[in-house]
Design a protein around this ligand. Structure first.
Ligand code: ADP
Length: 263
């Protein structure tokens, strides 16, 4: 699937970008940048949607980690966003690749002028070989105004850019018939061709992650948004070394959500 796609959005989840101590996993970012450089050489166009601003902020100012009021959370994201993008910038620079930061809110996707501006910026960046890195603009969003989760943001981005493929990297190998963290006998579903049927039959009531977002529910919703627009989606483990390379070579078990016209 990845070998055939040209326009690819890659979404990095907060569990993927952090290590077991709750800090940013620099090794992961380095490995990702190396793989994106490889894919670009193969003629792929890439947009990254990345979580991790808050975790980076906590790494910078740990004494704020327990502050629960929204101002501090947003301030942590503002601090962390810089650190996060610095890491991407540092590792992409090793391959001579520039990055461009785009911070978006829900309103941006409901305003045709803004949509046009975002699209034009994305196309210009990509035409010039730059890798756009997108995140939600946490500073201007309160809960009620948020896109909610970067799975959703990534699917909106894939739709807006007419991507061929969205890859969601999480901390599990793909979609299972039940939560693999709770059930040792959970089985991986390698191919989904009827997303609506899967949504009907998957228990999505499970808890969200420790950052209070996502879970499997938003990933299935993202797959539906993509598949409805003829965009395929892959859910794979970002904990796997060289994950994109393995997906490119078709050697990694994951879940492929295949749009109706491609199945
Ligand atoms: P991310 O930070 O990568 O967005 P999340 O923690 O939001 O990841 O979502 C992934 C989690 O969803 C997995 O770690 C897993 O515990 C949970 N999950 C619940 N049900 C399922 C399922 N049926 N298949 C796969 N993962 C599931």
């Amino acid at each position: 699937m990845l070998d055939k796609a040209r326009k690819i959005v890659i979404k990095i989840g907060s569990n993927t970008i952090s290590n077991s101590k709750g800090f940013i996993n620099e090794h992961f970012i380095k490995n990702l940048c190396e793989e994106v450089a490889f894919l670009k050489q193969k003629g792929k166009e890439i947009i990254i949607v990345t979580s991790g601003a808050k975790i980076s902020g906590i790494s910078a100012i740990n004494k704020w980690s327990r502050k629960s009021d929204i101002n501090y959370k947003q301030a942590l994201c503002a601090i962390g966003q810089v650190r996060l993008l610095n890491s991407y910038d540092k590792y992409f620079a090793e391959y001579g690749i520039n990055i461009g930061q785009i911070l978006l809110t829900r309103d941006d996707f409901y305003d045709s002028d803004r949509m046009l501006n975002i699209r034009n910026t994305l196309f210009t960046l990509i035409d010039e070989g730059v890798v756009p890195i997108i995140n939600e603009n946490d500073t201007v969003c309160v809960k009620e105004l948020k896109i909610g989760d970067n799975d959703t943001l990534a699917s909106y981005t894939a739709k807006l850019w007419n991507a061929d493929l969205l890859i969601i990297l999480s901390d599990i190998a793909g979609l299972y018939n039940k939560n693999p963290k709770e059930y040792a006998d959970a089985e991986l579903i390698e191919q989904v061709t009827d997303i609506e049927d899967i949504i009907r039959h998957t228990d999505t009531s499970n808890k969200t992650n420790e950052f209070g977002t996502g879970g499997i529910k938003t990933k299935l919703e993202a797959a539906k948004i993509c598949n409805d627009y003829d965009i395929d989606m892959i859910l794979a483990s970002g904990k796997e070394e060289d994950v994109l390379l393995k997906l490119y070579e078709n050697t990694l078990k994951c879940t492929c959500f295949i749009a109706e016209n491609h199945s």
